[in-house]
Structure formats: structure tokens, C-alpha cells
Design a binder for this molecule. Structure first.
Ligand code: GLN
Length: 295
């Protein structure tokens, strides 16, 4: 897989991400018994970017429950991840928690009642808890790089603020958002972090219930329908699993009851999803018969 020449384009709009080696490729599968299959650069940390939104969604649902859905929808957007068009028509309520506008609104919910540093600490600790790995950290250079150039996210946040959808000062909310997107993880850490979603809310490694089974099922549903932006239909068609991509080139995919899978290849397709990552997942699910839609 890593020899394939058709790798897509590395994200350059966050300058620090443009420095990543486009040849990198890693894949980790952890099955229900905890057996780990790892290949390629599976222990190289990369910027998880929007994959962090799965975990901020989980955290925000834990804090405010279903009230979260007053601030953000759960329908696919059919628009690029950083699009602003739909916000005007729908009065500042983002379509779903995975497009940038929706994730910024979710971050704002986590921030309310806290200082930005506390909220960020909470998100990072949650990530360390679900991955059962206290060494997970934020790549400050990536965060600073996005903070300097994130004009579009700033526009989204200010626009939502005008509708009263953002409660906190926009710079605070964006600061926390840019930093959680800049969490660096390896495929191995990410696959560990996803295990609770593959096993009805419980991480089999620690025995901890991270969320109730119903919530895990629903987060998986949102990943399936919205996790790849306007490439979500194609991902469901080809891979057939709930998945969440990030512009760092990572994808977390969940085979319910069977496995948690993380793949990383930095080259992206037009929708901003890892090109080779998707191809690798398609081959894997086909081989294993893991698509939720049947073999
Ligand atoms: N931090 C990135 C942004 O806001 C996340 C986008 C992504 O991974 N799709 O643009």
C-alpha cells in the first residue's frame, strides 16, 4: 500500500502541516480481544486535526447531554469542512459537530464556565484517558501555525457569535479549538482511543465505560453520516464503517463489535480526506467482511 504513487495532496493551508513527509503511511487495527496488528509508520505521531472532534463531541455530550443538539445539528452538510454558506440560511446553527463550524460550537460548550486553559486541559486529559496513555500531547507549533492563519475559522466563529450561538469570547473558543486540533497521536494511540466506540461505550483494555452503549451507537451514526464531510457518502459506499478524517491525513474507523482502526497517510483528496487512507480501509474491510452493510 505504501508504494502506491497516487497519494493526493498534503494540506498546505496550515503551514506547519505542509512540512509533513507525504510518503508516510501507518495502519493499526485493534480487535475485540486486544490483539494489535500494526504496519508502516504506526508509531509516528501526526496531527489528528478533525479526528479530535469525535472526542470533543463525546466530552460535550457528557457535560450537557442532549441539550447539545440545540446548538448543533446532526445532518450531513454536503459542503466542504470549512464552508460558511449554510450558516446564514440556518441562523448560525451548524449542520453537524464535525464540520468546522459545528466543532467550534461544540468547543464553545466545553469552554463555558471554564478558563481556556482549563477547558483545553480537560480535552487533553480525556484523550489521554480514552487512549489509556498519559504521554499524548499538543503540538504547539501546529496550534500556533493554525492560529496565525485560521482566518476562515475566525469568520465562522464570528458569524455564529452574531447569532448568539457562541457564548464565550471568539478568540478564547478558537484558541481551544486550534489547540485540540493540534493534538499529536500515533496510529497506535488513536486506535486505542477509538476502542470504546467499537465496544458499546466500554474500553475493553481498562474495563471503563466511557459512555453508555446508546451514546456510542449514536456517535458512530454521526461519524458514518458526517465524518468525511462531502465525502461521507463515498466513504460509506467504499468502506462501510463509521469513520472520522482529519486534514493531517489520519482516519479513525470503527468496526462495531469487531475492531478500532487508525490509518495515516498525509495526502488528501478534494474533500480533504486521506486518499490512501481510504483506499487502505476499503481493502481491509473488504478482506475482513467488516462493512456494516454486509459482506
Ligand atoms: N484544524 C482544521 C481546521 O479547522 C481541521 C480541519 C480538518 O481536519 N478537516 O481547518
Amino acid at each position: 500500500m505504501r508504494q502506491r504513487p497516487d497519494r493526493g495532496e498534503v494540506a498546505t493551508y496550515i503551514p506547519e502541516l505542509a512540512r509533513v513527509d507525504p510518503q508516510a503511511f501507518g495502519l493499526v487495527v485493534i480487535d475485540a480481544d486486544g490483539s494489535v496488528a500494526a504496519g508502516g509508520d504506526s508509531d509516528v505521531a501526526f496531527s489528528i486535526q478533525s479526528i479530535s472532534k469525535v472526542f470533543t463531541l463525546t466530552l460535550a455530550l457528557g457535560m450537557v447531554g442532549d441539550r447539545l443538539w440545540r446548538r448543533v445539528g446532526r445532518e450531513p452538510s454536503g459542503s466542504p469542512f470549512n464552508s460558511i454558506v449554510q450558516l446564514e440560511r440556518e441562523r448560525g446553527i451548524p449542520r453537524n459537530p464535525f464540520i468546522n463550524a459545528g466543532a467550534i460550537a461544540v468547543t464553545d460548550v466545553i469552554l463555558s464556565g471554564h478558563q481556556p486553559r482549563e477547558a483545553l486541559g480537560e480535552i487533553l486529559r480525556f484523550m489521554q484517558f480514552v487512549a489509556d496513555d498519559p504521554s499524548i500531547a499538543i503540538d504547539e507549533r501546529v496550534a500556533a501555525s493554525e492560529q496565525r492563519t485560521g482566518f476562515r475559522n475566525s469568520a465562522l466563529a464570528n458569524y455564529m457569535k452574531s447569532f448568539g450561538v457562541i457564548e464565550n469570547p471568539v478568540d478564547f473558543t478558537l484558541g481551544v479549538y486550534f489547540h485540540h486540533c493540534a493534538i499529536a497521536m500515533t496510529c497506535r494511540q488513536l486506535a486505542k482511543a477509538g476502542r470504546f466506540l467499537a465496544h458499546s461505550g466500554r474500553n475493553p483494555a481498562t474495563g471503563h465505560f466511557v459512555v453508555q452503549p446508546e451514546r456510542a451507537r449514536r456517535i458512530n451514526a454521526v461519524m458514518l453520516t458526517c465524518g468525511h464531510y462531502d465525502g461521507s457518502g463515498e466513504f460509506a459506499y467504499r468502506v462501510g464503517l463509521p469513520g472520522k478524517s482529519g486534514v493531517g491525513g489520519g482516519i479513525l474507523a470503527i468496526a462495531p463489535g469487531k475492531a478500532s482502526i487508525a490509518v495515516w497517510s498525509p495526502g488528501l483528496d478534494e474533500a480533504g480526506n486521506s486518499h490512501l487512507g481510504r483506499i487502505a480501509l476499503e481493502a481491509l474491510t473488504k478482506r475482513m467482511g467488516w462493512s456494516i452493510f454486509g459482506v
